[in-house]
Design a protein around this ligand. Structure first.
Ligand code: FMN
Length: 358
């Protein structure tokens, strides 16, 4: 059965968005160009850069500008900024004017202390007048349509996604993405899909649902529950870009393909090559190791394979291990005891967040 989505009103500059349903969330330290490209290979319609501080962009911080890694990107991509100063936010939007991007997204969801302390990210949900000034400043300064990503509110006593959503719609946002948790929940508990459904009903523009979609079945369940236009995938894509193949199968009403182990190894090698080319040997290996914590889930022997990969001194050794494992077809054939796996590293963020963003 095809998924039933609520019809939406689109900004005339966003007609291409009518067919966009599977989005890769912005994730700090994760959704750089190499990973966005890999997710698209498996069916992600659109990706987002890691969030970038508007002040960092305004003051020309080299590390911040590196996060806007979209040059020559031949596919739908959004850049996301955060900050609490309307002047800096507008300045960043202007400076980004010549960068390759399809939308500029504003982060109103980050729960991280270092961001909310300066009244950025989700702290703006508790200061709607400032949020409004920021949105107006960015809309006036941006060369591309502006979108926003929110949480349901600051805390359970101040849930205000309806008020904020309606304001964002009135201020000209192309769409609103909502992570179905409050700021004080951070990543605990369950994302509240009832609230996402309510926002979908409340707004005419597209609402993108976000929170706790981890496979094709939960993708179907979220769209059926909320009728949202699209779904953004965060943690479910880390080490698991094939989630987008499962989602595509749901959209096309067919069986999900099973990704062969050898292909997972090959894709991981491609990821290593991409990260090393973009971030250099050490940083590149570090980034891929975070993904590996969640790759090869369910394969007997995967824990031992991961251990070998973590111990590998450099990217060439990692790729050699993966090539051998892929050729053998199954980690068990590497002489690893069956039964050692294996759900990957568990924990809320699978060891990847390090107190970063939302
Ligand atoms: C490591 C990590 C980094 C994140 N960085 C960002 C970010 O830069 N911008 C943002 O809007 N959300 C960020 N988020 C939040 C995700 O985009 C998403 O809203 C959240 O993880 C809930 O979705 P999920 O259940 O699919 O993971 C981050 C999440 C994680 C785990």
């Amino acid at each position: 059965m095809p998924l039933d989505r609520k019809p939406v009103r689109l900004d005339p500059r966003l007609t291409w968005f009518s067919g966009v349903h599977r989005l890769l969330s912005p994730m700090a330290g994760v959704t750089d160009r190499p990973f966005r490209d890999i997710c698209r290979r498996f069916g992600a319609d659109m990706g987002f850069c890691e969030f970038a501080s508007a002040s960092g962009l305004t003051y020309g911080g080299e590390a911040t500008w590196k996060l806007v890694d979209t040059e020559g990107e031949d596919a739908l991509v959004g850049v996301q900024i955060f900050g609490n100063d309307p002047g800096h936010m507008a300045g960043a939007a202007r400076l980004l004017g010549d960068r390759r991007m399809d939308v500029l997204d504003i982060n109103f969801g980050c729960p991280a202390k270092k961001v909310v302390k300066k009244c950025g990210g989700s702290a703006l949900l508790a200061d709607v007048p400032l949020l409004e000034r920021i949105v107006k400043a960015v809309v006036e300064s941006s060369a591309v349509p502006v979108t926003a990503k929110i949480r349901t509110g600051w805390d359970e006593d101040s849930v205000n996604y309806r008020e904020v959503g309606l304001l964002l719609q009135e201020l000209g946002m192309g769409w609103v993405t909502m992570h179905g948790r409050t700021r004080s929940q951070k990543f605990s508990g369950q994302a509240d899909w009832d609230r996402i459904a309510d926002l979908v009903e409340t707004l005419d523009i597209p609402v993108i649902g976000n929170g706790d979609v981890v496979d094709g079945a939960s993708y179907r369940a979220m769209v059926e529950h909320t009728r949202c236009h699209g779904v953004m995938i965060g943690r479910g894509a880390i080490g698991n870009p094939w989630i987008f193949a499962e989602m595509t199968a749901v959209d096309e009403d067919r069986e999900a393909p099973s990704i062969p182990f050898a292909e997972m190894c090959e894709v991981t090698c491609d990821h290593i090559r991409g990260e090393v080319a973009q971030r250099g040997e050490n940083q590149g290996c570090l980034v891929v190791r975070k993904h590996i914590a969640r790759t090869f889930r369910g394969y007997p022997g995967a824990a031992a394979l991961r251990k070998e990969l973590y111990a590998a001194p450099d990217s060439s050794t990692m790729m050699a291990i993966l090539t051998e494992a892929g050729a053998l077809g199954d980690p068990r054939l590497m002489g690893v005891a069956v039964g050692e796996d294996d759900a990957g590293e568990s924990g809320d963020q699978g060891g990847i967040r390090g107190g970063s963003a939302d």
